[in-house]
Design a protein around this ligand. Structure first.
Ligand code: SAM
Ligand code: SF4
Length: 437
């Protein structure tokens, strides 16, 4: 039996993707993944520090693994991701029993690091960023119908609340020939949908006149035989160019869905957040997108309880949501992150007020989402079938181009196919439908 690794991932798609790549690296040196941490030889916790909650969860699970180590000292425990980057060497003092700390810029060194630890080296810490270069990582061995491909790393925006620029480093765009080669290779193994990843994805190569622009990159990916669907996340309104808006509706395989966080509806708050756009600018981008592609689905991130956010500011957030009618929304309570500019300001919104605002906003969004899902009843949509529905073995599940989940009765042989489905019922979090060929 080969050695087994258990990976626990917190946080965003970027972290999920990093975990996939770490697993691919370890499989390349003979490790197998296990879903049971009790039987693992190596336990790796890939962490997130963007908000307080995922960070606390990561520390609590690491505590459990340390106890495991007391009974079985041979097991190797490592921490990766943003908490690793931020904590560095200090984490060894905080967590006795921790064997290694691996920052997001050093993932490619994981096999060497494990080798060193296995040979008895203690307290291995790797957290640099390789002089700002983009490091290619191996593609997972398993066939992926839908795959993530990183096209840029880091962020230069320095939103005042956000820890990402300090833990993921400055913006680095990946050479387009590497991106195209990776997507070409993925399609050869059956990938039909690709999601381009970056913290600020639409800023791709914006300062490099010798590289493809972001819309040119989308057009090139569109030409790759077998690539049926292109998505990208996360976009920043500051870098949403007319060229990218134009790409929707003209680049055939680019799906009609844009995740465009707005964070707050009040200009006063947006300025203090250092977002670099106003409420009006955001609304006019939404207008342009809908002029170009009326059915485009727009989702966003929003925060409540930012320092100094008044009732009137919060009302502006609700009003913006009513004006836009988002197709979906990720909403968060602000939490101060050490080292950010906003952490120097008083976190003056009481927890119960944050909670109340969050609930109000989520209730408003639930109504909008349900109304929009119901409006799709009787429409026919293209669905990329991912597999059997988790809740019903007789149903298949997939997504529309606008990224809505659809469940419909169907044969498992449809998995991996693009099919037409008539929507029969719009629910809160998904759609029901009938297969139409
Ligand atoms: N790069 C993306 C962007 O600019 O929107 C996403 C960054 S972050 C990983 C995802 C979301 O977490 C943000 O859009 C924001 O709403 C939220 N977030 C970031 N920092 C936060 C903080 N200190 N407290 C609460 N939410 C936060
Ligand atoms: Fe953080 Fe702002 Fe960069 Fe997004 S754009 S990662 S919120 S600093």
């Amino acid at each position: 039996m080969g050695r087994r690794v258990y990976i626990k991932t917190f946080g965003c798609q970027m972290n999920e993707h990093d975990s996939e790549r770490m697993l691919a690296l370890l499989e390349g040196c003979g490790y197998q993944e296990t879903e049971r941490w009790e039987e693992a030889d190596v336990i790796l916790v890939n962490t997130c520090t963007v908000r307080e909650k995922p960070e606390q969860k990561a520390y609590s699970i690491l505590g459990r693994f340390q106890q495991l180590k007391e009974n079985n000292p041979a097991v190797i425990v490592g921490i990766a991701g943003c908490v690793a980057q931020q904590g560095g060497e200090r984490l060894f003092a905080r967590m006795p029993g921790l064997d290694f700390v691996l920052g997001p810029g050093k993932i490619h060194q994981l096999p060497e690091i494990l080798h060193d630890v296995e040979k008895g080296k203690q307290g291995v810490c790797a957290i640099d960023f390789e002089n700002g270069a983009f490091v290619n990582l191996p593609i997972p061995h398993v066939r992926q119908l839908s795959a993530y491909v990183t096209i840029m790393q880091g962020c230069d925006n320095f939103c005042s609340y956000c820890i990402v620029p300090s833990v993921r480093g400055r913006e680095r765009s990946r050479p387009s020939h590497d991106i195209l080669a990776e997507i070409g290779a993925l399609t050869q193994t059956g990938t039909k949908e690709v999601t381009l990843l970056g913290q600020n994805v639409n800023a791709y190569a914006k300062n490099n006149p010798h590289e493809l622009t972001f819309p040119q990159l989308l057009a090139k990916i569109n030409e790759i035989p077998g690539m049926e669907r292109i998505r990208f996340t996360t976009s920043h309104p500051r870098d949403l160019t007319e060229g990218t808006i134009e790409a929707f509706g003209t680049v055939e395989h680019l799906c009609e869905h844009l995740h465009l966080p707005f964070q707050a509806g009040s200009d006063v708050v947006l300025t203090r957040m250092n977002r670099g756009h106003t409420r009006e600018e955001y609304l006019s981008q939404v207008k342009r997108l809908r002029e170009k592609v009326p059915q485009i689905s727009i989702t966003a991130d929003v925060m409540v309880g930012f320092p100094g956010e008044s009732e009137a500011d919060f009302d502006q957030t609700l009003a913006l949501m009513q004006a836009v009618e988002f197709d979906g929304l990720f909403s968060f309570k602000y939490s101060p992150r050490k080292g950010t500019r906003a952490a120097q300001w008083k976190d003056d919104c009481p927890p119960e007020v944050k909670q109340g605002r969050l609930e109000m906003l989520q209730e408003l969004q639930r109504g909008i989402t349900l109304r929009k899902n119901k409006a799709l009843e009787r429409a026919i949509r293209e669905v990329l079938v991912e597999g059997r529905s988790r809740n019903s073995p007789h149903k298949m599940t997939g997504r529309t181009r606008c990224n809505r989940i659809v469940n419909f009765p169907g044969n498992h042989e449809l998995a991996g196919e693009l099919v037409k489905v008539k929507i029969t019922e719009g629910l809160q979090n998904s759609l029901r439908g009938e297969h139409r060929g």
